[in-house]
Design a protein around this ligand. Structure first.
Ligand SMILES: CC(C)(COP(=O)(O)OP(=O)(O)OC[C@H]1O[C@@H](n2cnc3c(N)ncnc32)[C@H](O)[C@@H]1OP(=O)(O)O)[C@@H](O)C(=O)NCCC(=O)NCCS
Length: 170
């Protein structure tokens, strides 16, 4: 399969924003949908030291994922779970695939790539969160072998929960 993963530079900010906006994220209506607003957010996250990776299918950028800067605060807020269960740990977020390319296992491929990177960094665990109603994302995480370890209010503050997942790197 012609799927390649590459790191990004600031020149890729528009590409990343477009993928995110066109990923069909189910609760997207609760987030600002404009490409311009996403560009500002991505730019800030890059400045914070988060690392983005783009997945290209047949040379076309179709997917993006982010690794949280380990020196910055975790995105997962449930401190009890973080410190009791999943330290030392890397965190990834912002996995988005253009809607028409969903269900081709690109999400799994990209996530497994991130797991290999974290292993090279010397981490024992990798964690992430997914909205409790994002069934595609939940199924993908279970397929890879992630374990559900707890919940926290999701960042949209709409009463729904985000599920917290972790995987032990062997
Ligand atoms: C979530 C996402 C990254 C998954 O990537 P993907 O390449 O489509 O995922 P995969 O093909 O690797 O796996 C999808 C899994 O969901 C299952 N699935 C497909 N449609 C589904 C549906 N409507 N409901 C529940 N599960 C579904 C698939 O069978 C597959 O499970 P399996 O591995 O057990 O067969 C992608 O769909 C996406 O970009 N969604 C929009 C953005 C988003 O929600 N990001 C996550 C934010 S936490």
């Amino acid at each position: 399969m012609d799927f390649k993963i590459r790191s990004v530079t600031r020149k890729d900010i528009s590409i990343i924003a477009n993928i995110k906006v066109n990923s069909g994220y189910k609760i997207y209506d609760l987030e600002p949908t404009s490409v311009n607003i996403q560009k500002q957010k991505i730019s800030k996250r890059m400045k914070d030291g988060n690392k983005y990776f783009i997945g290209e299918f047949k040379g076309k950028p179709i997917a993006v994922v982010t690794i949280k800067n380990p020196k910055k605060k975790f995105y997962i807020k449930n401190k009890f779970i973080l410190f009791k269960e999943i330290k030392p740990s890397g965190e990834f977020l912002g996995l988005y695939i253009l809607k028409k390319y969903h269900n081709n296992k690109f999400g799994q491929i990209l996530t497994k790539y991130i797991l290999c990177l974290f292993k090279e960094f010397g981490y024992s665990y990798v964690s992430c969160i997914a909205w409790e109603k994002n069934f595609k994302s939940l199924n993908m995480l279970y397929s890879i072998g992630f374990k559900f370890i707890g919940v926290e209010p999701n960042h949209f503050n709409n009463g729904d929960y985000a599920k917290i997942f972790t995987i032990k790197l062997i």
